[in-house]
Design a protein around this ligand. Structure first.
Ligand SMILES: Cc1ncc(COP(=O)(O)O)c(C=O)c1O
Length: 393
């Protein structure tokens, strides 16, 4: 017996990337003195008011099936959020509730792409994009965001990537893992190419409320873009709700009607009590969360800046710092393993997100401050011990 070709395509994301992270989690479960800096989660609990809303909903008996595309009240709350924060002009009928941004990403890929299609993706890209997009049978064509361009897409090359098979452009802004926020000029160029070649655009905006420098611009708000854009996001990062799996996809009605069919066949709708909690969450002010992340980013930047031989990227947003480890003479994969062996700190090999991140590792800074300082101290100590003598001169 054989599994399907789809099963191969969907397992593309190299399991080896998570090897050290998995070891760290197991070690943590055994109460070992590990610092997990390898995953995009934070130590802050979901606000009590949100948790209580879920509990009350359960106690009221909200334990039954709910509308597959999401409760109307939640779809309205998401539409209001988008319109209020980012100037979109959407109604509840444009919104589909999904099990997080990841589920919305898989939905968008499945509803827009056919085998043999080409999809242009900004590279570096979040680690699941490769498998999610390839699962459809479409071919990924990378739009490089080179180091020398500040990790912004090289939009001058975008048009040359379009063929008669190109169906869509996918990107995330802000970007995980570089923390780069796409500027207006970049988004206008993407919009221009999308309109002239009649392409869909999928914008992953999961970090849009965690920007410290610069401003989020939603590409769907650019002229003539709303009808070709699918905007995806969730409460995972902005509301410390990673485990709730509450997200959305916003698109024109031609997309939403098929999105409901997707939900019917994939999730059968999100649990009602989670949706009730999400409605309450969407009424909260998220500026405190952003300030907390920024404070933690600044702690990390201060510590790393004090070291003359250490290079890193200054993140404008999000929860990660990319640290250059080339000076150790190790490639990033070896570095991740050795760091964990010797210090019990887990970080992620950033090369998994794109070739341009060769020689870098991704560190989550959205941690309790004491844990963050401890983890960084161990990394710095490890770097000091492993610097190549040549670099010390
Ligand atoms: C760019 C990006 N997209 C999507 C996701 C998945 O987020 P969610 O928890 O909303 O599924 C992540 C998670 O880290 C991410 O960084």
């Amino acid at each position: 017996m054989k599994l399907s070709a789809f099963s191969e395509r969907i397992s593309l994301t190299g399991a080896s990337v998570w090897e050290t992270h998995t070891r760290a989690i197991l070690a943590k479960e055994r109460s070992e003195d590990v610092v997990v800096m390898s995953v995009g989660d934070n130590e802050v609990d979901t606000p009590a008011i949100v948790v209580n809303a879920a509990i009350s909903a359960l106690q009221r008996g909200d334990t039954h099936y709910s509308p597959v595309e999401g409760k109307k009240a939640l779809r309205s709350a998401v539409a209001d959020r988008q319109n209020r924060l980012f100037g979109l002009n959407v109604t509840p009928s444009n919104v589909t509730i999904t099990a997080g941004t990841q589920n919305a990403l898989f939905m968008a890929a499945s509803l827009l792409l056919d085998p043999g299609d080409e999809v242009i993706v900004a590279d570096p890209m979040y680690a699941t994009y490769g498998a999610t997009l390839s699962a459809t049978g479409a071919k990924i064509v990378c739009l490089q965001c080179p180091r020398e361009n500040g990790f912004l897409p090289d939009v001058a090359k975008l048009e040359s990537l379009v063929t008669n098979r190109t169906k869509a452009i996918f990107f995330a802004t802000p970007v995980n893992p570089t923390g780069v926020v796409f500027d207006q000029k970049t988004l206008e160029k993407i919009a221009d190419v999308a309109i002239r070649h009649d392409l869909w655009v999928v914008a992953d905006e999961v970090y849009s409320e965690l920007i410290f420098e610069g401003e989020h611009l939603s590409i769907a708000t650019l002229p003539d873009m709303q009808n070709r854009c699918i905007t995806i996001g969730s409460l995972s990062k902005s509301h410390s709700m990673t485990g709730w799996r509450a997200g959305w996809a916003i698109g024109p009605e031609i997309f939403s009607s098929k999105a409901a069919a997707f939900c019917l066949n994939v999730t059968y709708g999100l649990p009602g009590f989670i949706q009730e909690a999400a409605i309450v969450a969407l009424q909260l002010d998220t500026s405190k969360t952003r300030q907390l992340y920024q404070k933690r980013r600044d702690i990390a930047l201060k510590k790393l800046s004090a070291l003359p031989n250490v290079k890193f990227l200054h993140p404008q947003s999000g929860m990660f710092i990319l640290l250059c480890v080339e000076q150790t003479g190790m490639d990033s994969k070896t570095f991740v393993r050795a760091l964990f062996e010797q210090t019990k700190v887990s970080v992620l090999d950033a090369q998994a997100f794109g070739e341009d991140l060769r020689g870098m590792v991704r560190i989550n800074f959205a941690l309790d401050e004491q844990i963050l300082e401890d983890g960084l101290d161990r990394i710095i100590d490890f770097l000091g011990k492993n610097e190549k003598p040549m670099d010390k001169e």
